[in-house]
Design a protein around this ligand. Structure first.
Ligand code: CMP
Length: 140
């Protein structure tokens, strides 16, 4: 199998709770290589653009407020079967439904403050990675 990429970001709830180090440790222990990472904070306009696909959803405004309300840690990760394996590692969107041992089961407190994002497809992983990182930052 060939190495593929996915995109993730540790969300404001997990960063402000001091869980970033523990989450990154779990990610690396499961064989993902961090090839780009930074600490940043989105403006409301940037969060709105990133989550544009959810614009018509009832939770969109709260999602934008939440995701622009504190620091985040976006990362590009590499591993065989990266997108699917990472979605399995983070667990269901709603932590109540997340499997034991998943990152959301361990660290998420609600469906909106759910600790971490993971791209849902290879195509979106590339789009989302490009949103946060320049070509130079993506070079190994
Ligand atoms: P994520 O999958 O990372 O990106 C979209 C986010 O929207 C999702 O995480 C949740 O945080 C949020 N979200 C999805 N569904 C709901 C919902 N029903 N209510 C509130 N927030 C939601």
């Amino acid at each position: 199998m060939t190495t593929t990429k996915t995109f993730t970001m540790i969300k404001p709830d997990a960063v402000t709770a001091g869980n970033s180090g523990a989450i990154i440790k779990i990610i690396e222990a499961h064989g993902f290589v961090v090839s780009a990472m930074k600490l940043t904070q989105l403006t409301a306009a940037q969060a709105g653009q990133f989550y544009g696909i959810h614009k018509e959803r009832p939770f969109y405004n709260d999602l934008v407020d939440y995701m622009s309300g504190g620091p985040i840690i976006p990362m590009i990760l590499e591993k065989e079967n990266a997108v699917e394996d990472f979605r399995a590692l983070i667990g269901a969107t709603n932590p109540v439904e997340a499997a034991e041992g998943t990152i959301r089961k361990l660290f998420a407190t609600s469906i909106s403050a759910n600790a971490i994002h993971g791209s849902d497809s290879h195509k979106n992983a590339l789009i989302e990675g490009d949103f946060f990182f320049s070509n130079l930052e993506k070079m190994k």
